[in-house]
Ligand binder design. Structure first.
Ligand code: 6R9
Length: 673
């Protein structure tokens, strides 16, 4: 792959204006001034966000927009009271959207001709009633308390957002674990959250097969028990009707729990403090232990509402489709909470973009008249490998905004997306953000009525109210066109409040790098600015990989590998991949007496699948070495392993203990390449 930095630099001057926006374009200098005015000082930041906060519903308005008296624990809309469930249901009904379709869901079994077998449309009233019923069930039957965390291991079915809203209604919290994670990964997250209840489904359809989720939950519960944590109940939603293991004293069908709950039961919505927390979501860091990013109620809501308006320009007649899984932050924020609190119609689907064939998404865009589309570069690059006719035979002319997220979009992929999906007349942008930021932080802002020009591959401009900087190791700003670390130097409402049960780690990880300079949120990304002030994120600067858009730490992969009895040591690095973005390359040192073999590779892959899940295992490349390249003080030199995998110059090797290890790594890599 071409050097991403060079490829992006070529696009610095390439300002593209979609024809239907030709009279609605900012002069960059004007936008710069507008932006600067929103971040001049604390008051201007507060003023900017209060304008949006005033548009949403509050049981009680805030006393103060931003309390920054105890950084980096910023508190937003202090004294305010609201509730995410109220915003997404009651408030929508109050605004006259009772019978509007809130969620369109399409299931996977899809006929040969691409037509769906099962479609469910839920109105705002349906959401309201069902989430009230779930809230009543949780409260009255299971005794779920305010502040209790429930773990959801649910696939992409409407019951997932219904449970999210049910939990929010009573002030409890969710921890959603992506249903592609393994039993081991699920168990760690159940225990860390201290969850008594796990909600799952019998199975889910994916590419024509049924995956047995309940069996994975059973394994996870067993691991929890061995570690001394009791899961009291597993609630099972019936989806695929597959055979599942069952334990009468612990397992219960969702439909049985709900059978005697009245159709019109109402549960009063908890008035949540703006600074209460609404959910945790585990994400990968640079150590093996996942971090529980803890999000707020009020600040999170205002951030989502604002970005839905500014970046997606959401209107009442839009059909909004974000293709992510709700198990990741993108799905939390932009399938469920963001679109619903704006009264939009949001789509969700079960299955995969390439099943029964690669036309599935284009067909769905035509079928439902999707107007705003949000997906990942890895999916775009996969679709690009097939003839355009697969997509252009469908009418996608309803699309007006198409964005991407999850990793940098290379300019060729941007061009293809803009042309084939966007007929070269849409706002098309790569919105940069993270699990920790709660919502999007960069774009071109169609919602302001005019856009800043598009550029293939850029992330656009930081949103108003937020200052970003690109710094070198010493904390100095780097010049446009130079690479540095992306930092956010002002607080914003969607930012994580802390790491669950680990405030010190929160301070260290996000604010440690530039401690001597002040409170700078360190993103862990490499980025550069261009002369216009656009941000271009280049990729992670640490040991986190984005494999097909999924975030995973190399440390997690390594600790999974060494938990196998035949493995003595392992080192994992990312290698760039034309479709997946990055893939993990794992160098393994086997224990004395264990021989490398193709069977051993399969065995280790199976182990990886069991400990971390299929996402990592299916793309990982495993190779064997006798020793790993280390510094004289014993640290593995991952930089060299990465250079080997990328076929690049090794750079400085003076601290290397023995060159033999590098030669060996090269040979090992040649064998699997
Ligand atoms: C939302 C999400 C966060 C990391 C982030 C960065 C990468 C996300 C991006 C992007 C370039 C974009 N990333 N969006 N890089 N352009 N538009 O993906 O959250 O899973 O926590 O990952 O993803 O490296 O630091 P998360």
């Amino acid at each position: 792959m071409a050097d991403p930095m060079e490829a992006m630099k070529k696009e610095f001057e390439n300002r593209i204006i979609p024809p239907s926006w030709k009279d609605r374009v900012w002069e960059i200098e004007d936008y710069r001034k507008f932006h600067e005015d929103t971040i001049k000082d604390k008051e201007s930041i507060e003023k900017w966000w209060e304008k949006w906060a005033n548009e949403i519903f509050w049981f009680r308005k805030w006393d103060r927009a931003l309390d920054d008296s105890n950084p980096p624990f910023y508190r937003w809309f202090v004294g305010g009271e609201t509730n995410l469930a109220y915003l997404c249901t009651d408030w929508q009904i109050e605004q006259g959207r009772k019978n509007k379709v809130a969620i369109i869901w399409e299931g996977e079994p899809v006929k040969e001709n691409g037509e769906p077998v099962e479609v469910r449309k839920l109105t705002y009233y349906d959401l309201y009633r069902e989430s009230n019923r779930i809230a009543a069930m949780l409260k009255d039957k299971l005794g779920v308390k305010k502040d209790e965390i429930l773990t959801f291991y649910l696939p992409m079915i409407p019951e997932l957002p219904l449970f999210m809203l049910g939990v929010q209604r009573i002030g409890a919290k969710h921890s959603i674990v992506f249903s592609g994670f393994s039993a081991q990964a699920l168990a760690v997250r159940i225990m860390d959250a201290g969850a008594r209840y796990v909600v799952t489904a019998d199975g889910v359809y994916r590419r024509g097969k049924v995956l047995n989720l309940k069996a994975i939950v059973d394994d996870a519960v067993k691991i929890c028990e061995q570690e001394g944590h009791k899961v009291e109940k597993v609630i099972v939603v019936k989806r695929a009707g597959n055979e599942i293991p069952w334990n009468d004293s612990r397992d219960v069908w969702f439909e049985d729990l709900m059978a005697d709950i009245g159709k019109n039961v109402k549960v009063e919505c908890e008035k949540m403090g703006s600074e209460d927390f609404s959910f945790i979501l585990y994400t990968s860091g640079t150590t093996g232990r996942p971090k529980g990013a803890q999000h707020s109620v009020g600040g999170y809501a205002v951030h989502l509402y604002t970005t839905m308006k500014l970046i997606f320009d959401i209107k009442d007649d839009d059909i909004f489709w974000c293709t992510a899984d709700i198990g990741w932050i993108t799905g939390h924020s932009y399938i469920v909470y963001g679109p619903l609190m704006c009264g939009a119609t949001t789509m969700m689907y079960e299955g995969a973009p390439d099943f029964p064939d690669v036309s599935r998404w284009a067909a769905m865009i035509e079928r439902y008249g999707v107007t705003i589309f949000y997906t990942a570069p890895t999916a775009i690059r996969m679709l690009m490998r097939f003839p355009e006719e697969n997509y252009t035979k469908y009418d996608m002319s309803t699309l007006r905004i198409i964005h991407s997220v999850g990793e940098p979009i290379n300019p060729e992929a941007w061009r293809w997306y803009y042309r084939v999906f966007g007929r070269e007349d849409v706002v098309c942008s790569s919105t940069w953000w993270m699990t920790e930021t709660g919502g999007m932080l960069t774009d071109h802002f169609p919602g302001l009525g005019k856009i800043i020009p598009l550029k293939p591959g850029t992330n656009g401009y930081p949103i108003p109210g937020v200052r970003m900087e690109v710094l070198d190791d010493e904390g100095n700003s780097v010049k446009p066109g130079e690479r540095g670390y992306l930092v956010i130097s002002t607080p914003w409402p969607g930012m994580l409040m802390t790491l669950f049960k680990d405030p010190n780690r929160f301070i260290d990880v996000y604010f440690g790098k530039y401690k001597s300079k002040g409170w700078y949120y360190y993103t862990g990304d490499f980025a550069m600015f261009d002369e216009d002030g656009y941000v271009w994120v280049l990729g992670r600067a640490d040991d986190i990989l984005k494999v097909a858009g999924h975030r995973i730490g190399t440390a997690e992969i390594e600790s999974a590998m060494v938990s196998h009895p035949d493995v003595a040591e392992a080192a994992c690095v990312g290698k760039s991949d034309p479709v997946k973005g990055e893939i993990p390359i794992i160098y393994v040192v086997l224990r004395e007496g264990v021989e490398p073999s193709p069977d051993m590779v399969n065995e280790l892959k199976k182990h990886l699948r069991a400990t971390l899940g299929p996402v990592v295992a299916s793309d990982a490349v495993i190779t064997f070495v006798n020793t790993l390249p280390k510094t004289r003080s014993g640290k593995i030199m991952r930089r060299l392993l990465r250079a080997v995998a990328e076929g690049k110059e090794l750079g400085d090797v003076t601290t290397l203990e023995s060159e033999v290890a590098v030669e060996e790594a090269k040979k090992a890599y040649e064998m699997v390449k």
